[in-house]
Design a protein around this ligand. Structure first.
Ligand SMILES: [Zn+2]
Length: 146
């Protein structure tokens, strides 16, 4: 009674994992019922496992790619944030400028008002009403004395 060595294989038809006796030339897949060549099924299995191993490496690469993508996205985001900050700074500078102009205009108007008030006061057209009346009276006296 010889011990049959069972090895894993993949059905060449449906890809289902089956256990085969490598001493046999063909076997029947319990999943799809197709008879397949044992050697090919074993090769299939080995290729699949090689592929899986390779896929692991690929996964690492993918992870690296994802990391770099995330990094890139992060950079983009920080870039975007920087842009936003720049924009906001510009906006603030613009606002400050507007405010400055506003205060300049307001200040200028105040200064003009003060100057006007000063002129009015000096020329007696405004402010001390008694002085204005006296002056007017003086003018009247002057006028009647002619
Ligand atoms: Zn099958």
């Amino acid at each position: 009674m010889s011990e049959t060595k069972i090895v894993p294989a993949l059905c060449t038809q449906c890809g289902g994992q089956v256990e085969v006796d490598p001493t046999q030339e063909t076997a029947i897949c319990p999943f799809c019922g197709t008879s397949f060549i044992v050697d090919r099924a074993i090769t299939n299995y080995n290729i699949d496992h090689a592929t899986i191993e390779h896929a692991d490496n690929v996964n690492i690469d993918v992870k690296g790619a994802v990391d770099s993508v995330l990094e890139f996205a992060g950079e983009q985001m920080s870039e975007h944030r920087k842009e936003r900050q720049e924009e906001r700074r510009e906006e603030r500078a613009r606002d400050a400028k507007v405010l400055k102009y506003f205060f300049l205009c307001f200040g200028g108007m105040c200064i003009i008002m003060i100057i006007l008030w000063f002129i009015m006061t000096v020329f007696g057209l405004w402010g001390d009403e008694d002085a204005y009346k006296e002056e007017s009276a003086a003018v009247c006296v002057e006028a009647t004395s002619f």
